[in-house]
Design a protein around this ligand. Structure first.
Ligand code: ADP
Ligand code: MG
Length: 478
């Protein structure tokens, strides 16, 4: 299977996209989507996962995208589906949904494998061919020089994670292993991990520190499997003092690479090597995770990073302006901090855009101008649905209070709307069942499954319920 995965990993855009590309507008538009994604995810990931995708048909709002292997399909689904959906909805007229189907036709033409083989997949090109020369420079991902402890603003929402990272980097003996940084997108996980790497490199350069994304770890592993050199890879990884793997929610499912990752990880832990991991979910909520590993992860320190407060966002914006030696009016910063609440990356993106614009036009940005310039971001921020929104809307609709939705009461007039809210939370957000359970007054995920199924079942016959749910969906997403 990985042999299969690998041929495609090597494939690039010119070779792949000639086969199925028609003249259809949707295909051209899909190329636009791919390009937009490329800007976002970088060349390497793009070439491996996105370039092989081919838009084949657009019918009844569904864009059918051919993917050369199951492995790539699963990867794209877990990593890029949300982004692709959003881009397609925005850029391909008439497209409301994207479906991926595995199709051998999406593979490179027969003549290309040789050409591809001559173009080794780059950052890991030498890692396994010559394991003896494998150095941290090759395995470790490049670090962002701005991601230091000094540049990290500490607040209640991230102080535990910050303190743990700092302590670990200081070289003092820490009692926790692994350190598991957990937090939503753009809240500073990568920043803290890289800060550890910077700090250790400055303080104890002899230490071998490897930082890499889970994605990169997987590539390396797939390569090693293919060249039947997993031993060298494992040996290498085990030779490091601190191994940091970012976004391990992307190593999930029953793939053999995931299994191998877990073995490697266990071996490292057994040797007392320090491991730092991050994910957007707590270990207990990572789906498709080996149970032994899950419990092992839970034994370390799980340091959560919570959503930012208004004050933290403001402070980050001010710090960022100072760092870039740029001025921005206080009311504009306040406006940003108030409107862009979901993650710091978006907040920084918005600020950068305003700064770039101010530079271009040569005068300070006003609040009104900011509003105008950030229209798209602000709209996207407003559209993002939270479980709380859903609960509130459902409570309103059925004339209940929020506390009813969260309460343990089982009387039907409360229980049914609650199930509707569960159903909508599953349908309209990306949260896992355990996460949803937690937001429903700490219910078990099996209760959520039951609620969702119940509504699905009732929907088949109950027209009123179907109408209610339709109305609610429109209100929530509208
Ligand atoms: P994650 O890895 O959790 O998705 P990142 O670490 O990439 O998030 O953070 C996204 C951006 O926000 C980065 O540019 C980072 O420097 C910045 N950032 C996040 N939290 C903070 C903070 N507390 N102080 C300063 N910058 C932050
Ligand atoms: Mg990150």
């Amino acid at each position: 299977m990985f042999e299969d995965g690998n041929t495609v990993v090597h494939k690039d855009d010119e070779t792949g996209s000639t086969i199925l590309r028609g003249d259809s507008a949707f295909a051209a538009a899909f190329d636009g989507v791919k390009n937009a994604l490329k800007a976002d995810i970088g060349d390497t990931a793009f070439r491996s996962w996105v370039a092989p995708l081919q838009a084949r048909a657009l019918a009844a709002g569904v864009l059918d995208v051919a993917v050369p292997t199951r492995f790539i399909r699963d990867w794209v689904r877990t990593h890029y589906a949300a982004q692709i959906d959003r881009l397609c909805a925005a850029q391909i007229p008439g497209c409301t949904r994207v479906e991926y189907s595995v199709s051998t036709a999406a593979k490179a033409p027969a003549k290309t494998p040789a050409a591809d083989a001559a173009r080794p997949y780059e950052p890991v090109a030498t890692a396994n061919e010559n394991a003896a020369e494998t150095g941290a420079e090759q395995l470790s991902s490049a670090l962002d020089p701005r991601f230091t402890f000094d540049n990290f603003i500490v607040a209640a929402s991230n102080e535990l994670a910050f303190a743990a990272a700092k302590k670990l980097a200081s070289g003092e003996n820490v009692t926790f292993n692994p350190l598991f940084l957990q937090g939503g997108v753009g809240l500073g996980k990568t920043h803290l991990m890289q800060a550890i790497a910077h700090d250790v490199a400055a303080r104890a350069p002899e230490k071998r520190v490897v930082y890499m994304s889970a994605e990169k770890f997987m590539y390396q592993f797939v390569r090693a499997l293919r060249s039947r050199d997993t031993m060298a890879f494992k040996e290498y990884v085990r030779g490091v003092d601190i191994l940091m793997i970012d976004d391990i929610q992307f190593i999930c499912g029953k793939e053999s690479t995931a299994q191998e990752f877990f073995h490697t990880f266990n071996a490292l832990m057994d040797q007392g090597k320090q491991v730092v991991l991050s994910a957007d979910k707590a270990p207990g909520d990572l789906e498709g995770l080996d149970d032994r590993l899950r419990s092992r992860l839970g034994m370390g320190l799980v340091a959560g990073i919570q959503n930012t407060s208004l004050e933290l966002r403001l402070e980050i914006l001010r710090a960022k302006c100072t760092l870039m030696k740029r001025e921005m009016r206080a009311d504009v910063l306040a406006f940003l901090a108030e409107k862009i609440t979901s993650n710091v990356r978006e907040l920084e993106g918005a600020l950068n855009r305003l700064i770039a614009h101010a530079e271009l036009v040569g005068r300070a940005i006003t609040r009104a101008a900011a509003e105008e310039l950030l229209q798209d971001l602000l709209r996207a921020a407003e559209r993002r649905v939270t479980i709380e929104d859903i609960q509130r809307r459902v409570a309103d609709h059925y004339n209940l209070r929020m506390t009813d939705i969260l309460s343990p009461r089982r009387a039907r007039p409360v229980a049914r709307p609650r199930q509707v809210a569960m159903y909508l939370a599953k349908a309209l957000t990306e949260h896992s069942l355990p996460e949803i359970g937690r937001k429903f007054g700490g219910r078990d995920h099996t209760t959520i499954i039951h609620g969702v199924r119940k509504i699905e079942e009732l929907l088949l016959a109950d027209r009123q319920l179907a109408a209610d749910i339709e109305t609610l969906k429109q209100r929530i997403s509208g």
